[in-house]
Design a protein around this ligand. Structure first.
Ligand SMILES: Nc1ncnc2c1ncn2[C@@H]1O[C@H](COP(=O)(O)OP(=O)(O)O)[C@@H](O)[C@H]1O
Ligand SMILES: [Mg+2]
Length: 221
């Protein structure tokens, strides 16, 4: 484990399953169907940084700032408005059409951002003419984020898939880590679950982890 610096994920119970936390400077893909908890996972990750005095960036293509603040409050991520007014939390609500990430890189540099969430890639890919253009976009984006040494979560909405389905997410191989979220709507222990598909340089738990969302945040066990 030498040389790998880790930071707390902000998800209750997760760090102990991934050698202590996300690798500093890694890019993590979070995949899942609608309502599976991708955005809330990203917000919880940023909030953990805010609590530790870090400056964090949320690039949202789907929800406006007021909605994002409400979302965070419903899972106990409080004082978000304070963090925003103190410029510790920066939210960019962008149109996914013709999105250019260069401006985002400037914001990261100018504000010494350490944690970034991009929510979601599917919003961007929807407006790109072809798959190869999107792949190039992903490659450039991941490369730039890693150069800046920020720890980043990029979410991607996927149709509800079962555990054994093969996914054709173009960014999976580029990311250091891939986390899948499942939501069955059946209730019980596996109403929600999380699976860590890969996490480079980490002896991660490989099983389906029961997951829960409530007013205290996101929990896995
Ligand atoms: N306070 C809460 N208690 C329980 N579940 C919640 C709470 N707040 C949000 N949720 C659940 O989280 C879901 C939204 O998660 P979200 O991260 O926005 O999903 P995604 O981004 O994957 O579409 C809601 O559909 C709801 O089921
Ligand atoms: Mg979302």
């Amino acid at each position: 484990m030498t040389g790998v610096k880790r930071i707390p994920s902000g998800i209750h119970g997760l760090d102990q399953k991934i050698d202590g936390g996300f690798e500093l400077g890694s890019v993590i893909s979070v995949l899942g169907g609608p309502g599976s908890g991708k955005s809330l996972l990203g917000m919880s990750f940023l909030y953990e940084g805010l609590k530790n005095g870090e400056t964090c960036l949320l690039v949202s293509f789907e929800e406006n700032v007021d909605d994002l603040i409400s979302d965070m409050e419903t899972i106990g991520l409080n004082d978000v408005k304070d963090f925003i007014s103190k410029k510790k939390l920066i939210i960019l609500f962008n149109s996914p059409i013709n999105f250019e990430y260069l401006g985002v890189l400037d914001v990261i540099n100018q504000n010494k951002i350490s944690r970034v969430v991009i929510d979601s890639l599917s919003a961007i890919s929807m407006y790109m003419e072809d798959r190869s253009k999107f792949r190039k976009f992903m490659l450039d984006l991941v490369t730039e984020l890693k150069k800046l040494k920020v720890t980043a979560i990029v979410t991607d909405e996927q149709p509800q898939v079962s555990e054994n389905d093969t996914l054709y997410f173009s960014g999976e191989y580029l990311s250091d880590a891939v986390i899948k979220l499942f939501y069955t709507g059946l209730g019980g222990d596996f109403d929600r679950s999380m699976q860590i598909i890969k996490m480079r340089r980490t002896n991660n738990d490989r099983s389906m982890l029961p997951m829960r969302i409530d007013q205290g945040g996101i929990y896995v066990k």
